[in-house]
Design a protein around this ligand. Structure first.
Ligand SMILES: [Zn+2]
Length: 163
């Protein structure tokens, strides 16, 4: 096997622990909890999300986002995807963004949006990782709609379960 270029810089630390190169380093997304292979991408794509999760969202929705520039139906699906993603990755200090996402999800589901003081669910039934995994067999618009509805349900269930 030919040796490819190695990362030239030293490996950093995560939480004070040396991050040594291993065969498959993984990371948890602090927002949706998706466990994904770590990506060596310095850009933080979405605040509140791990880089690998933000990157997966970007890559999975790229085609749709491009179509959305000229196609109203694609743009509507894209807005729903952005809302689902925002609702799973709340940005600390930006309640307006979360509020807008929850409102959009509620409207799309034809129900009541999660309340203003709602706490995020402890676990999610569907994440962008599930959407990406089913992309080969199911239409993206269908996947996004089902994902958005599940995120909405998880939010409202978490709200209802509180004392
Ligand atoms: Zn995530």
């Amino acid at each position: 096997m030919p040796l490819g270029p190695r990362p030239g810089r030293g490996w950093g630390t995560i939480g004070g622990v040396s991050a040594v190169p291993s065969s498959e380093p993984i990371e948890f997304c602090p927002g949706c909890g998706a466990v994904l292979l770590h990506v060596a991408d310095p850009r933080a794509i979405h605040p509140g999300a791990s880089r690998s999760c933000g990157r997966l969202f970007e890559v999975t929705l790229r085609g749709l986002r491009e179509e959305g520039a000229t196609d109203a139906a694609s743009a509507a699906v894209m807005r729903l995807a952005d809302a689902a993603y925002d609702a799973q990755h709340p940005v600390p200090g930006d309640p307006t963004r979360l509020r807008a996402a929850l409102d959009r999800l509620g409207a799309s589901a034809g129900g009541t949006a999660a309340a203003d003081d709602a706490a995020p669910p402890h676990a999610w039934r569907t994440t962008i990782a599930d959407v990406a995994a089913d992309l080969d067999v199911i239409d993206l618009a269908v996947l996004v709609e089902s994902w958005a509805r599940t995120v909405h349900d998880d939010w409202t269930a978490a709200t209802a379960a509180r004392p």
